[in-house]
Design a protein around this ligand. Sequence first.
Ligand code: BG6
Length: 490
Amino acid sequence: WTKSALSIVVVGASGDLARKKIYPSLFALYNDGMLPEYFNIFGYARSKMSDAEFREYIASGLTCRLSNKDECGDKLEEFLDRCFYHAGQYSDSKDFAALSERMAAKEEGRKKADRIFYLSIPPSIFTQVAACASDAASSPSGWTRVIVEKPFGRDLESFRELSEELNQHLTEDQMYRIDHYLGKELIENLTVLRFANLVFEPLWSRQFIRNVQVIFSEDFGTEGRGGYFDEYGIIRDVIQNHLLQIVALFAMEQPVSLDAEDIRNEKVKVLKSMRKIDMDDVVIGQYRGRTTKGNHYPGYLDDKTVPPGSLCPTFSAVAMFINNARWDGVPFLLKAGKALHSRRAEIRVQFRHVPGNLYRNKLGVDLDRATNELVIRIQPNEAIYLKVNNKVPGLGLRLDVQKLDLTYKSIYNKHLPDAYERLILDVINGDKRLFIRNDELEAAWGLFTPILQEIEEKQIAPELYPYGSRGPVGAHYLAAKYGVRWGDIM
Ligand code: BG6
């Protein structure tokens, strides 16, 4: 009786994100015993579906990761028994009131019932859903929290409008703005690496760091998602949010504490200290089709859902600078692209040359390779490694570059939770550390809106690059302008 009930409503229940990420994460949390005892999940969308069909739909996207696979069947049945579907319009309070009644029936007998609404829907309908949910379906006895997925607007103006509208229906306290990159294991670890180890923090500045690279690359195109993607492009889809959030966490000062507000206060300071982006520091590209070894890989414009002749960038590289005492003059090079030669997300920190290096010239060490590099590989094969110069063992004196290597799978024999698992659990626990505050978004849009406008108004054509390549040559020139070579997989 004293334990509360929890109802989780997935609005946009039949969408791709829900099936691929939200239900599997909820199931994984259930498997791990992380969901409260009295929980129920409600799918909400316009199309008609029975509870049984909804359960089938959920089950088709789930994987079992229990070591004893026999137990999975039972767990799955138990989980699906808690899943219900409710069809309704997104702008109809009556439909939400009916949903609320169904929730109440399941919550009966508990002293308090908390409710989470996960808005897995296009931003154009965020406001109407938030209005209906808060008017007609918020919890009468406990808290109500709302998870919002990006994109939070298309530019500074639309972001402000959206945010004003949402503020009329929800308090800041209730809103959880997801950037799933913040839920990734290695990003969570970033502050630990820096602030819990004496060896890194003293080096974390312009005095020792030559440049920082944040790289996101996918080895597949927008296949099937072209229609959505074309409205946004890679800068809005990945750089303005995921990569910029990584920069903010990487570059922030030590927060007063690990409380959400203290961390976000520091992140927003970084974003506000960033120099206006110069159009000369931006490269955009778009992948074209390629046939290799008898296989044809379609170009972006070959996607039927993409408008013909679209100039939408599927690749971009941007050089950014932080105008503060710690980072003045250090280039932060961000690069993101689809249909490139590999799938990886990394932070690469290149250190300065060793002053008066005894070994540098005499032994013919390649100057660029001879500098230390710290790599934080976010995915795949999560790892942190530091490239160091080392004497090749044996007689004589020859140096080469080796890794001090912390590859997760060789050290930790455990499954790494998906980012969505961590984030959903944080919402349940009311922990906002990994969620974005409004002022962070305001600053992020403030940085990127002028260049997005320029690209779109002047119809700047992206540089074409072949599917599966390393991206446009322009990105290499951009790095070279700052004396940088993009770090490669080692
Ligand atoms: C999403 C983008 O936010 O992140 C996608 O909209 C991208 O375009 C995806 O593919 C990448 O996420 P992950 O977790 O697979 O690296």
